[in-house]
Structure formats: structure tokens, C-alpha cells
Write a protein that binds this ligand. Structure first.
Ligand code: CA2
Length: 143
């Protein structure tokens, strides 16, 4: 069975505990359970992780290549807007990456309008809350 990595960056471990008006009230575990059910229906496996460390995200992107992952869903949190290291990794691995966001960064502060992740990603899904992950998973399974 093919595996899709679902990688989450800084502060997303706090989901469901603060700022529900922006990010909703689901926790990351709630989203993981929802994606697991959807993955079974789609006939794929997901490997979902979260870290607060930029280099760990880079390592996990490399791992996606090493294990032959079908695709990566990446919500890099604020590193989306700052990390050329993530862009370089996305370009290097040859595994399609779909950028995912709960909110729509383009409708928020100016500093969230640039996306280095988006410069390497094959697609993006944003602004749908947890459903952003579901839509992205369906897209990844169809690649
Ligand atoms: O909308 C998204 O998914 C973001 O990637 C979330 C990031 C933000 O920096 C991006 O611009 C857009 C922030 C994640 C912080 O998550 C929290 C969740 C609950 C409480 C506090 C932070």
C-alpha cells in the first residue's frame, strides 16, 4: 500500500486549545483520526507527524523520498513564510508536495502572503479548516 506523509510544523500541536476562531476546535489528533478513516476508503496509508523544529521537517521530507512515499501533505505553519530550507528540500526530493493550511494566509497579515513552500509544491489547499487536509488527501491519492 502506498503511504502519504502528513507533516505538520510549529505550534500545530496546540490546535483545539487556542484561537478556535481562526483554526477551529479540532485537535491534531482529531484530524489524524479523520484522515485515517478517509485513507482506508481511498486505499492508502497515512503517516502523520508534527514537530516544532524546521530541520526535523527537512529530515522528514528526505525520509519521504527514502521510503518512496506517494506524496506529502505539508502544513509547515509559520515556516511556510520563512523557510528556503524547506523549499530546497521540497525541490530536492522528487516527491509531490501539497501545501495545506487551515486558514487562508492570503487573507491574513501581509507577512503570511509569501509562501516558500508554495514555490515548490504541486498544489495547495487552504482556508477550509480541517477539511483542507481531507481535500488535500483526496488530491494526493489521485496523483
Ligand atoms: O492556517 C494554517 O494552517 C497555518 O499554517 C497555521 C500557522 C500559521 O503561521 C500559518 O500562517 C497558517 C500557525 C499554526 C499555529 O497553530 C496554533 C493553533 C492553536 C493555537 C495557536 C496556534
Amino acid at each position: 500500500m502506498q503511504t502519504i506523509f502528513v507533516l505538520n510544523g510549529p505550534n500545530l500541536n496546540l490546535l483545539g486549545t487556542r484561537e478556535p476562531e481562526i483554526y477551529g476546535s479540532d485537535t491534531l489528533n482529531d484530524i489524524a483520526r479523520m484522515l485515517d478513516d478517509q485513507a482506508k476508503e481511498l486505499g492508502v496509508a497515512i503517516d502523520m507527524r508534527q514537530t516544532n523544529h524546521e530541520g526535523v521537517l527537512v529530515d522528514w521530507l528526505h525520509e519521504a523520498r527514502e521510503v518512496g512515499a506517494k506524496a506529502v501533505l505539508l502544513n509547515a505553519g509559520a515556516y511556510t513564510h520563512t523557510s528556503i530550507a524547506l523549499l530546497d528540500a521540497i525541490k530536492a526530493i522528487g516527491v509531490p508536495v501539497i501545501e495545506v493550511h487551515l486558514s487562508d494566509p492570503s487573507q491574513r497579515e501581509e507577512f503570511r502572503h509569501i509562501s516558500y513552500v508554495g514555490m515548490g509544491a504541486v498544489d495547495e489547499v487552504k482556508g477550509l479548516g480541517p477539511r483542507s487536509y481531507s481535500v488535500a488527501l483526496a488530491k494526493a491519492a489521485a496523483l
